[in-house]
Design a binder for this molecule. Structure first.
Ligand SMILES: [Zn+2]
Length: 334
């Protein structure tokens, strides 16, 4: 019997859990629902709500359980892909060490479940139905609270050891740079993530530089976000423009490293901070052009992601279909 075309993609985030039924042949998303994660209540409560959410999605998509091939869950952190455990989810309060997420949801829903890191899920979504659908080697960056990423090599998501490949935000840009949450120093994430952009803005305001950023938030500095800095930059504020210029410069250095190592046809950049568009992409492309010398940089496209916030749940649904097709093996595509 042919494999069903519908798989459920679940995006487990720090504040919300989103799920939908994904047609893994067309990329169409139906029955999308979102609930608060409420991670403070503990992993058992979160997993019980996830199972309820999956049942709601299946019925709202007009499907029965037999129409669904399986479930993919994208989770923000380190996972044991073979055993289906969460190992470390830094953005979710509560103990998530060695939690049997796969087995628990399988028992509650009665369908096969496969886990994948959330940004690797985003990468596979963009590869299959988004910006990267016509290329076979690409690097992805998702720039938000942190900087995550993923790699596709010769048409396959590159997992590395335990799915840890593609942590592009933790490449070291300056060995003497600021400490990073991962335990190292001077990682790209410490220079160009959303919080790094906010920190640059706060520093400019407290130094008394002439900028409209403070005015926009009525000097309530808790309200300064990358989006506020973007607004100021769009209105021509030179300090705000300079902040995006600097963030883009650092990301461009990181992208230059990726291009030099991987020689990809495409670098795809998504996440909330990437919504700044040319303000960020211009300095990224400029820095990459200046720093890449041994790879034909003119053949590398540096482009925005295309699938928006659904990229992760689309990608992880595709992941579930690939895993199911290849049995339990973690290498797929052959
Ligand atoms: Zn780091």
């Amino acid at each position: 019997m042919a494999q069903p075309v519908h798989f459920i993609g679940v995006d487990l985030g720090g504040t919300t859990v989103t799920a939908a039924a994904v047609n893994v042949i067309s990329g169409q998303v139906v029955g999308r629902h979102q609930i608060p994660t409420l991670a403070k209540e503990g992993h058992d409560a979160v997993m019980a709500r996830m199972a309820g959410l999956i049942h709601t999605v299946i019925s709202d998509a007009g499907l029965s359980q037999a129409d669904v091939g399986g479930i993919g869950i994208g989770a923000p952190g380190m996972l044991d892909l073979e055993r289906g455990l969460t190992l470390f989810l830094p953005n979710l309060p509560g103990a998530w060490r060695n939690v049997p997420l796969k087995a628990t949801i399988e028992a509650k829903v009665g369908l096969p479940v496969y886990l994948l890191n959330d940004v690797r899920s985003f990468t596979l979504g963009e590869k299959t139905f988004g910006a990267g659908r016509d290329v076979d080697t690409m690097a992805c960056l998702a720039i938000g609270t942190g900087i995550g990423g993923g790699l596709v090599i010769n048409g396959q998501l590159h997992l590395g050891i335990g799915g840890t490949a593609g942590e592009v935000g933790h490449q070291i840009i300056d060995p003497y740079g600021p400490p990073c949450g991962c335990g190292s120093r001077g990682c790209l994430e410490a220079f160009a993530s959303g919080p790094a952009i906010t920190a640059m803005a706060l520093k400019a305001i407290t130094q008394g530089l002439t900028t409209s950023i403070g005015e926009i938030v009525s000097y309530d500095l808790n309200k300064v976000t990358p989006e506020v800095v973007y607004q100021a930059a769009q209105a021509g504020d030179p300090i705000a423009r300079d902040i995006y210029e600097r963030a883009g410069f650092y990301i461009g250095i990181g992208v230059a490293n990726l291009i030099t190592i991987l020689s990809p046809q495409m670098v795809v950049i998504g996440g909330g901070v990437a919504k700044a568009g040319d303000l960020l992409f211009d300095p990224i492309r400029r820095a990459a052009r200046e720093r890449v010398h041994v790879t034909p940089i003119e053949k590398v496209q540096i482009v925005p992601a295309q699938l928006g916030t659904d990229a992760g749940l689309i990608g992880v649904a595709v992941w579930a279909s690939l895993r199911l097709r290849s049995g339990q093996a973690l290498r797929f595509g052959d």
